[in-house]
Design a protein. Structure first.
Length: 514
């Protein structure tokens, strides 16, 4: 049996290793020649176009300087024009110092061209390249429409009139004198540079491919070493696949959250915008309803007396606004978790107040889960620095987990806040008398996508997000649990500053919620 297994292994080995190598090479070559090099060519062409634009602007500025001299009376206008022409005629640039500038007017007539003095002073309206394009007319039209721009055509190669090649020029009008100043690049120059770059990249790529081939051969040779190495390789491969699977889930989560967030945020935003309007409308109606009640006595609205409804509606509106804000915050936090982006942690957070708010938001779930819930808030706790909504999210998540852990309603949940003076932290502790967890589950509860409630819709993200939030706050989240006896969750936040004064407004004593 062992020999048959080894035989199958050796038969499958070449395909398993060679195919990824070949695929890598194909992808590498495809990416290089169909993506990288074309983009490099496009970028290089864009850079060249920008270069001739800047060169033309520089020449235009030089002509402008001569025009200013004439305006100031230092020289006459004809002398300024002559000096400008002489200046541009002498200017050269490029690797061989053969690239040049020319000047024509708006007629067009050629005023100056260092390599075609035979055309200077002539009407060049009908002058065309081998393709029939009247390039100087195109220069004039471009300047009339845009003031400056690019024109492509065919022209002689620098100082060689017998060699006609494609060219791109940038022209700009000099309005005071009615001139058009231009310079250009030869496409063959750019192609030659790209060809040289392609050769260099190809040689480097060939070296890389040879290195990959050598390493692949070494890997194949190593792959035939015995059953033990095969088993170790398969174990590592399984682990790697699991890691990739989890990473793929995280990547998918980021994509899904964007769409889900959009669908959720629109109705939630409507709720958040309309709730204040309802509050104002209710406040405006109260005097009228009170007057009616005082004159005619109490009355009923939807099976509820007006006196009771008058006190109940503001509470309901508060719950609507808090719930909508909570949903919006949770969606934002989930997006932050997927994007791994830090949050704003500059707020001074009152732990007692935010814990009481979290308890209020999950009040219905607590009542459905247990008849024995109590909360003990230590008075005068110092503030902590962080994000109140994120901390509230952690508390809510822990409370929900505690409720879901209870097998019967007579099992208790105990919540308490206090200051740990030894570590100078503010602590929130939630103890439940639920099913508890063994050591193996306790070690994995904070892993992304790990959940014991998959069949009921659990995603395994709650504690992972909470762990991330605690890390952002510089705090710690710990769990202790005994199977059959329950779990204690504790989150601790560092005190904001040794000089911070306690919050006098914190709730004191013990508040029991049945």
């Amino acid at each position: 049996m062992r020999k048959g297994s080894e035989k199958r292994y050796f038969e499958a080995l070449p395909f398993k290793i060679i195919f990824p190598v070949v695929l890598t090479v194909v992808l590498f070559v495809t990416t290089l020649f169909f993506l990288i090099l074309p983009r490099m060519e496009s970028s290089m062409m864009a850079l060249k176009r920008e270069t001739i634009r800047e060169l033309t602007e520089s020449a235009w500025s030089a002509v402008k300087a001569f025009e200013r001299k004439a305006e100031s009376g230092d020289i006459t206008v004809p002398e300024a024009r002559r000096q400008a022409i002489d200046h541009l005629r002498r200017l050269r640039y490029g690797p061989e110092s053969k690239d040049y500038y020319w000047i024509n007017d708006m007629h067009p007539r050629l005023i100056m061209h260092p390599y075609r003095p035979d055309l200077e002073g002539q009407d060049i309206s009908d002058y065309a390249d081998p393709n029939g394009k009247r390039l100087f007319v195109a220069f004039v039209e471009t300047v009339k429409k845009q003031g400056a721009g690019y024109v492509d055509y065919e022209w002689q190669w620098k100082d060689d009139p017998d060699r006609i090649v494609p060219k791109i020029s940038y022209v700009k009008g000099f309005e005071p004198w009615g001139w058009i100043i231009g310079t250009g690049i030869y496409i063959e120059d750019v192609r030659a540079e790209i060809a040289a770059l392609t050769r260099n990249v190809s040689l480097i790529s060939l070296g890389i491919l040879l290195l990959i081939s050598t390493l692949s051969g070494y890997i194949i040779w190593q792959g035939v070493k015995g059953e033990k190495e095969r088993l170790e390789t398969e174990a590592r491969s399984r682990l790697h696949r699991e890691q990739l699977f989890q990473a793929a889930k995280m990547a998918s989560l980021g994509t899904l959250v964007s769409g889900v967030a959009h669908e959720i945020n629109n109705p939630i935003m409507s709720v958040m915008l309309n709730a204040p309007i309802l509050r104002k409308a209710w406040a405006s109606a109260i005097p009228i309803l009170n007057d009616h009640c005082s004159r005619h006595g109490d009355f009923y609205v939807h099976n509820m007396s007006y006196c009771l409804l008058r006190d109940r509606v503001p509470v309901l509106l508060n719950h609507i606004e808090d719930g909508a804000a909570r949903v919006k915050s949770i969606v934002a936090d989930l997006k932050d978790f997927a994007r791994q982006q830090p949050a704003d942690l500059s707020e001074a957070v009152d732990i007692n107040r935010i814990t009481q708010k979290a308890v209020g938001l999950v009040d219905n779930l607590i009542k459905k889960s247990t008849i024995d819930f109590s909360a003990d808030y230590q008075p005068n706790l110092p503030s902590v620095k962080g994000n109140s909504q994120r901390i509230e999210q952690v508390i809510i998540n822990l409370l929900v987990n505690a409720c879901q852990a209870l097998p019967e309603k007579d099992r208790a949940i105990r919540l308490s806040t206090f200051r740990n003076t030894d570590e100078d932290t503010v602590v929130i502790e939630i103890r439940d008398q639920g099913s508890g967890m063994g050591e193996d589950l306790l070690q994995r509860v904070r892993d992304p996508f790990f959940t014991t409630k998959r069949e009921t819709g659990g995603t395994g993200l709650g504690l992972s997000i909470s762990e991330r939030i605690m890390e952002e706050h510089g705090g710690a989240m710990t769990f202790t649990s005994t199977p059959g006896k329950g779990t204690t969750a504790r989150i601790a936040f560092p005190v904001k500053s040794p000089n911070d004064s306690p919050h006098a407004e914190n709730s004191a004593g013990k508040a029991d919620h049945e």
